[in-house]
Design a protein. Structure first.
Length: 444
C-alpha cells in the first residue's frame, strides 16, 4: 500500500473529513491550511499552495514594510504522510506536518522544518542521532474572569484534584496521537502544569511538540477552560519549555561508562551551547514577553552557566535514572519557552552544541549553587554572564553570531531576524511591562 493509500485508508477508518496541514512560521505561531479528505492524496502528491508573505508576519500579524516578502509569491506545503494523525479533540478531523517547497519542487530554505530536517540528516549521515524531549509548561484558567482555581504550590495534590479531568483528557488525546507522556505534575504558581513528552529522534520531537501545543489548548477549550503556554502569562506565573538532548551512535555519546557520568562529548556540547547562549536566546526565547521570565530567582535561567541538578543554571545535568544511567544521561536546556518555533529552537541548540564538539571546547567548572545568590564579583570571577535582558539585546547577539547564521542559512536567518525586529520595534514604541499580554496569552 502506498503512503497516499495509507492516509486515505486511515481517513476512512477514522471518519475523517478534513485534514489540517500544519506548519510554523517565523513568528512561532502554528498555522494551518485545511483540505477535504477526498483531496488529501492530491495534497500529498502535488502540495498545497500558500503565500510566501505569511513568513513575514509577527505574532500580531504585523508585517515589516521593508520585508523581502510581499503580496507576490507562493510556495507549496508538502504534507508528510508518516505524520498523519486523526485529531481526538476535533470532530472528523486529522492533521499532518508539512515542509515547504518552491514551485519548481526544491526545498524552500526559509522553512525552519526543512532546514532542521536537512541538518539532522547530515548529522545522522555522520553517525549521530539526536534524541530529544520537550518539557512544556502551561497555565489553565477561566476564560471569563481569569481565575485559576487553586493556590500556588508545586506538586500539590490539591492542584492535581482540581484539574484532574482536564489533564486526563489531555493525556488521553496525546496517547491517541502516539505522543507518549513520561511525566506530569502541577507547578509553582496557581493553575500551572507541566507535561514531559517521551524522547524522540530529531524532527519527530519538534513535530510532536507542535501537536502537543495544539492538543493542550484544544482540550482545555473543550473543558471550558483556557490554556496558555505564554512565558509570562500572569504577574505571578511563568511557563518554560525545557529541551532535553542526547546524541547517539548506537549508544549514548553523552555517557562515559568508565567514569559513570557525563562524557567529554557531553561537556563539549555544553560548552558550545554556553558559548552561543546570547545568540541562541533570540531563537528559543523569541518574544518580548520571554524576557519577563528570564530573570534571576524566577525558576528560570538568567545566567550563562551549567551545573549538575541545578535548576537555576541555563543547562542542567539531571540526575540519571537508577539502573538506566547509560540511557538517561542527557542535558536539559532551560532557557527556552513555547513562543519559539520548535524547529528553529532545536536547530539552534544542536548547531551550538555541535560547534562545541567540533572545536573541542571545555566548559568552565559546573556551578553547584544558585548563581543568583553569588555576588557580581563572584560571578565575574567564575565567568558567569547574564543572559540577554531583552529581545533586542538577544537579536543583536544573534546577528553577530556567524555559527547561527550558517546553521540557519542566509534566507531563513534574514527572514527570521526581519520578523523579530518588527516585534521588538513594536514594543519599543509602546513599551509596557504587560505589553499586549492578553493577546499573546490567547495566541500561545
Amino acid at each position: 500500500m502506498s503512503d497516499i493509500q495509507t492516509v486515505e485508508s486511515r481517513c476512512e477508518e477514522a471518519d475523517v473529513d478534513l485534514v489540517r496541514l500544519l506548519y510554523v512560521t517565523q513568528s512561532g505561531v502554528i498555522q494551518a491550511s485545511t483540505v477535504d479528505a477526498t483531496d488529501v492524496g492530491a495534497a500529498i502528491e502535488n502540495g498545497v499552495t500558500t503565500s510566501e508573505v505569511l513568513q513575514a508576519y509577527d505574532a500580531f500579524a504585523q508585517r515589516n514594510g521593508r520585508s523581502s516578502f510581499d503580496a507576490v509569491g507562493e510556495v507549496y506545503l508538502r504534507p508528510e504522510p508518516d505524520t498523519f494523525r486523526p485529531l481526538p479533540y476535533a470532530e472528523r478531523t486529522g492533521a499532518m506536518l508539512c515542509t515547504m517547497e518552491t514551485p519548481d519542487g526544491n526545498p524552500w530554505h526559509v522553512d525552519a522544518r526543512t532546514r532542521l530536517r536537512s541538518f539532522v540528516g547530515d548529522l545522522e549521515a555522520a553517525g549521530r542521532s539526536p534524541e530529544v524531549a520537550f518539557e512544556s509548561e502551561f497555565h489553565l484558567f477561566d476564560p471569563d474572569d481569569g481565575s485559576r482555581g487553586d493556590e500556588p504550590g508545586a506538586y500539590r495534590t490539591e492542584s492535581i484534584r482540581g484539574t484532574h479531568e482536564t489533564i486526563l483528557d489531555v493525556v488521553d488525546a496525546l496517547d491517541a496521537q502516539d505522543i507518549p507522556v513520561s511525566k506530569y505534575h502541577p507547578e509553582y504558581s496557581a493553575g500551572k502544569h507541566e507535561i514531559v513528552s517521551g524522547h524522540r529522534s530529531g524532527v519527530r520531537a519538534a513535530d510532536e511538540h507542535v501537536l502537543l501545543r495544539e492538543t493542550v489548548k484544544s482540550v482545555a477549550r473543550e473543558r471550558g477552560r483556557q490554556a496558555t503556554l505564554l512565558p509570562k502569562p500572569f504577574d505571578d506565573g511563568t511557563n518554560g519549555c525545557h529541551i532535553n538532548v542526547s546524541l547517539w551512535n548506537g549508544e549514548n555519546e553523552f555517557y562515559d561508562r568508565e567514569r559513570g557520568g557525563p562524557s567529554r562529548t557531553a561537556r563539549q556540547f555544553v560548552a558550545g551551547v554556553l558559548d552561543h547562549a546570547p545568540a541562541l536566546s533570540a531563537l528559543v526565547a523569541p518574544t518580548v514577553n520571554s524576557y519577563s521570565r528570564l530573570r534571576p530567582s524566577h525558576g528560570a535561567a538568567a545566567y550563562v552557566c551549567w551545573g549538575h541538578e541545578n535548576r537555576e543554571a541555563l543547562i542542567r545535568i539531571p540526575a540519571p535514572e537508577k539502573n538506566r544511567e547509560a540511557a538517561s544521561t542527557r542535558i536539559e536546556f532551560r532557557g527556552g519557552d513555547n513562543t519559539a518555533n520548535p524547529y528553529l529552537a532545536l536547530l539552534g541548540l544542536l548547531a551550538a552544541g555541535l560547534d562545541g564538539i567540533e572545536r573541542e571546547l571545555e566548559p568552565a567548572d559546573p556551578v553547584q549553587v544558585d548563581p543568583c545568590d553569588l555576588t557580581d564579583e563572584q560571578r565575574a570571577d567564575r565567568g558567569i554572564e547574564r543572559l540577554p535582558r531583552s529581545l533586542g539585546e538577544a537579536l543583536d547577539a544573534l546577528e553577530a553570531d556567524d555559527r547561527m547564521r550558517e546553521a540557519l542559512g542566509v534566507d531563513l536567518f534574514e527572514a527570521y531576524v526581519e520578523v523579530k525586529r518588527t516585534h521588538w520595534r513594536s514594543f519599543v514604541e509602546t513599551a509596557g511591562e504587560s505589553w499586549r499580554r492578553e493577546h499573546l496569552r490567547n495566541l500561545f
